[in-house]
Design a protein around this ligand. Structure first.
Ligand code: ARG
Ligand code: ZN
Length: 871
């Protein structure tokens, strides 16, 4: 049941308008869809009309008002076929009945906490009515929502409100009309008893837009930051991309049961409430940053996704990669550009590089899928954004802007492909981007090996770059990619040297297009240190012949803030790898005291960029070390090595960290702004070092911070540090947190997550106990991700040598598969790196996966992940 890109055919029919009449009922909602259908001139003549469905119950079908007999149609829950539809335009009326309460999959229309919500991307609309549920069928929607006044005083759908009225029997209705043709995946309907926060925004051309954020009653005071982020996103898209909003109202609804982060439905974005609700007492700095970024992301989709949508789901990165790129730019402009770049690189490596090196690797634009929901991945989203960033580096900012303008201009109102998108940039830059397209087709993270040579006599500096793209499932042989390598030559005094090639000033962008590329810089007066892939100019792994001395020099001097950070990380990572090898060979731990110089710079009294310094202070993660080692991974050895390095750093930097901690300790009222958040992040990095290995003094400070915290960031960070080692303070803080916040599910999520992510042997037993306890609810995806998802990401405890962690996640995925297959498939994603493990763990992980794959009645979602993970 694979769907293939190569098999794309235009739809045989088009739908110009959709009139929906939705009569809400908890268990028997009646949906009447009236569709203006016509044969597609680009489709096959005489074709049957085959509408998609999913668990639908058909009530009736009529053509041009005339009910159809049973023998004129073929109705199944997953399909409605009209073998002989009219050969000209006609009106099709389909009545279905659905049960929103029984919809635990949270796709289509469902009811949670008494409110009705929809989620239609990718293929949820077919759970509401029979339809041509594919993104290249664009229609104008008019939606009448009718429900009981008491239970659903708020009735929302896409577009502008055109009518409201009484429907008798204690019911009322609202009619919404969305003038912009859209694919079915952007349809939304929300109904419930919700509180609202209102504001307004006047667009650059003078359109007055009403802004509304709907939340659970009593949570209105937690919606202010999201509202502010909406206004800032709207202004930024006008200024940075020339994109204005296009309806009279823009709405965001926060819901507690949601499979993903948020959804960009036209004019009616639906959000997981954790990405809307924030107050200093309940949200951390990280929550504020996520809310801002996700509000921006969904808002930006209005142009990149909604006005210009995808021809088919293979083109998902057309909207997601581009919209991630846009939200990254927004955050860079709003907060700190270098810090954002570092955080994005960390995240890309942790999630996408991991995916790309394992059995679930796939291209940014996949060529086949069994279940599209399993392709909302870091590869499609984050690597998709990196591909666009590389394009910008290659053609330059001016051509990039011209290409974006052309894209908006040329394709507004269309359902497009990646080829059409890239063609805009080829056209404005005059470049052939044919080989650049490989980034969309080839999976796997390229490795670039660098050799450098300084010739003192000739005053030349040569860089040789050899690239390899590794084999990935289904793609044994790869072609060289087009890799933009931005370089600098850092002279002995720490300043950049001019770049000269062939007697002329040279661009810092070196294009690696061959298996081996060489470049020789001239007039290099003294031996420089090469700063490679500045600002992380390509999503590749770099193995350079630079020494630790070179990197330590860059860590001190590189003018590129990303590489200044990266240099310290590289030295630390090399040391961690050496420590792991030593541990496994029972040799003494290799020390590199100068790591403390690089890391310790973060705690210098004159450091003023606290957010950046916090990144400098953060060591590579256990996952980073595992990927660097590559195979035969022993997570316990990695954990022990990292702990040893931290202990070593604590001994060397304890005084500096203690001084920094005092210096940075909170003074005034909480503010979520980037500078204040950076200050807290650096303070916590200092505390983390002071508490390394459960050091009593550090634990005492963490306890004091927990008890005296005046905001949730400090409280959670203190709890997180306390949770790393068994102690009375740990137990007391966890108990206090539950006692204080037990009635706030989003705070209980943090509490569950911290306990599931702890590197302690008791973790699995605790997770099982928590799962049976009152704070957990397997029907709520946020609870599942916080507890089971976090456990699946726990390097040592998921990867317990006895295999109990694998067995637990596999069993839980099977239970969950009956309730919510999409979330179950996500949980199973924990196995994405199992092949890189040492043989004992590998065998146990494989057993667990085989158990899942062999289970009867698997959903397509879980079946697909289990099969691909096994290879
Ligand atoms: N389009 C949404 C966003 O990125 C996410 C939808 C995820 N859908 C899914 N089936 N997993 O903003
Ligand atoms: Zn998106």
């Amino acid at each position: 049941q694979l769907v293939r890109l190569a098999d794309y055919r235009p739809s045989d029919f088009l739908i110009d308008t959709v009139d929906l009449d939705v009569r809400l009922d908890p268990v028997a909602t009646r949906v009447t869809a009236t569709l203006k259908v016509r044969p597609n001139p680009d489709g096959r003549e005489g074709a049957a009309l085959v509408l998609d469905g999913d668990e639908l119950k058909l009530v009736s079908v009529a053509i041009d008002g005339v009910p159809l007999d049973d023998d004129a149609i073929e109705a199944a829950p997953e399909r409605l076929t009209l073998a002989n539809p009219p050969r000209g335009p006609f009106e099709l009326t389909v009545v279905t009945e659905i049960d929103p309460t029984a919809n635990t999959r949270l796709m289509g229309l469902y009811r949670s906490n008494g409110a009705y919500t929809t989620q239609c991307e990718a293929e949820g609309f077919r759970r509401i009515t029979y339809f041509l549920d594919r993104p290249d069928v664009l229609a104008v929607y008019t939606t009448r929502v009718e429900g009981p006044k008491a239970e659903t005083p708020v009735l929302l759908s896409n577009g502008n409100l055109v009518e409201t009225g009484d429907a008798g029997d204690g019911r009322h209705f609202a009619v919404w009309r969305d003038p912009h043709p859209k694919p079915s995946y952007l349809f939304a309907l929300v109904a419930g008893d919700l509180g609202v926060v209102e504001d307004r925004f006047v667009t650059a051309s003078g359109r007055d837009v009403a802004l509304k954020v709907f939340v659970e009653h009593g949570r209105e005071d937690r919606a202010a930051y999201a509202m502010d982020a909406i206004k800032r996103s709207m202004r930024w898209d006008e200024e940075a991309f020339g994109r204005e909003y296009d309806l009279d109202v823009f709405m965001v609804v926060a819901v507690s049961h949601f499979n993903m982060g948020a959804m960009e439905n036209k004019g009616l974005n639906v959000f997981n409430d954790k990405y809307v609700l924030a107050s200093p007492e309940t949200a951390t700095d990280g929550d504020y940053a996520n809310i801002e970024a996700i509000i921006a992301h969904e808002y930006f989709h209005n142009w990149t996704g909604n006005r210009i949508t995808c021809r088919d789901w293979f083109q998902l990165c057309l909207k997601e990669g581009l919209t991630v790129f846009r939200d990254q730019e927004f955050t860079s402009d709003t907060r700190s550009r270098p810090v954002k770049r570092i955080m994005d690189a960390r995240n890309l490596r942790a999630s996408q590089f991991a995916e790309d090196s394992g059995p679930l690797a796939h291209p940014v634009r996949p060529e086949a899928y069994a279940e599209i929901n399993n392709f909302y991945t870091p590869t499609v989203y984050e690597k998709g954004a990196e591909v666009i960033r590389m394009l910008k580096v290659l053609i330059g900012p001016d051509a990039f802007k011209a290409g974006m303008d052309l894209y908006f201009d040329r394709h507004d109102g269309e359902a497009c492909t990646i080829e059409q998108f890239v063609a805009c940039f080829a056209e404005v830059s005059g470049r052939d981007l044919g080989r650049f397209m490989l980034w969309y087709r080839q999976a796997g993270t390229p490795t670039v090996e660098i050799r450098t040579a300084y010739d003192a006599a000739a005053k030349t500096f040569a860089i040789e770059a050899a690239q390899t793209v590794p084999p990935t499932p289904g793609q044994p042989v790869k072609q060289p990619a087009v890799i933009p390598m931005v370089v600098g030559l850092v002279g002995p005094d720490g300043a950049d040297l001019p770049l000269t090639v062939g007697g002329a000033a040279a661009s810092p962008v070196i294009e690696l297009t061959e298996p081996v590329t060489r470049v020789t810089f001239e007039n290099v007066a003294a031996r420089p240190v090469a700063s490679l892939f500045r600002n992380f100019s390509a999503p590749v792994k770099v193995a350079a012949d630079l020494t630790d001395d070179d990197y330590l020099f860059l860590a001190a001097h590189d003018a590129d803030p990303f590489n200044r950070w990266q240099a310290g990380q590289t030295v630390a990572l090399r040391n961690l790898v050496a420590r792991v090898a030593a541990l496994r060979a029972s040799r003494p731990q290799p020390e590199e005291p100068r790591i403390a110089d690089a890391i310790g710079r973060a705690f210098a009294p004159d450091e003023t960029d606290h957010a950046y310094a916090a990144q400098v202070a953060g060591l590579p993660s256990e996952g980073d070390v595992a990927r660097e080692i590559g195979d035969e991974v022993d997570p316990d050895a990695i954990h022990a090595a990292r702990r040893a390095l931290k202990r070593d750093l604590a001994a060397r930097l304890g005084d500096a960290a203690a001084a920094a901690y005092e210096r940075l300790s909170e003074t005034g009222a909480y503010s979520p702004d980037a500078a204040s958040a950076g200050r807290r992040a650096l303070k916590i990095a200092a505390l983390d070092l002071l508490a390394a290995d459960g050091a009593a003094e550090g634990v005492a400070r963490a306890k004091a911070l927990y008890d005296g915290a005046t905001n949730m960031t400090d409280r959670i960070m203190a709890l997180q540090i306390l949770s790393l080692h068994e102690s009375d303070a740990r137990a007391a803080a966890l108990a206090a947190f539950e006692a204080d916040y037990g009635d706030d599910p989003l705070l209980m999520d943090k509490w569950l997550l911290i306990q599931a992510a702890t590197p302690l042997p008791a973790t699995l037993d605790r997770v099982k106990a928590l799962m049976a306890g009152p704070r957990f609810d397997i029907r709520n995806p946020n609870r599942v991700r916080s507890l089971v998802g976090a456990f699946g990401g726990n390097p040592t405890q998921f990867n317990r040598a006895d295999g109990a962690g694998y067995a637990f996640v596999a069993e839980t995925a099977l239970v969950l598969d009956r309730i919510n297959p999409q979330v179950a498939a996500r949980i199973l994603g924990a196995f994405k790196t199992w092949r890189a493990l040492e043989p004992g763990r590998r065998a146990r992980a494989e057993d667990a996966l085989r158990g899942v794959a062999a289970a009867p009645g698997l959903s397509p979602d879980v079946g697909d992940i289990a099969r691909r993970a096994l290879g």
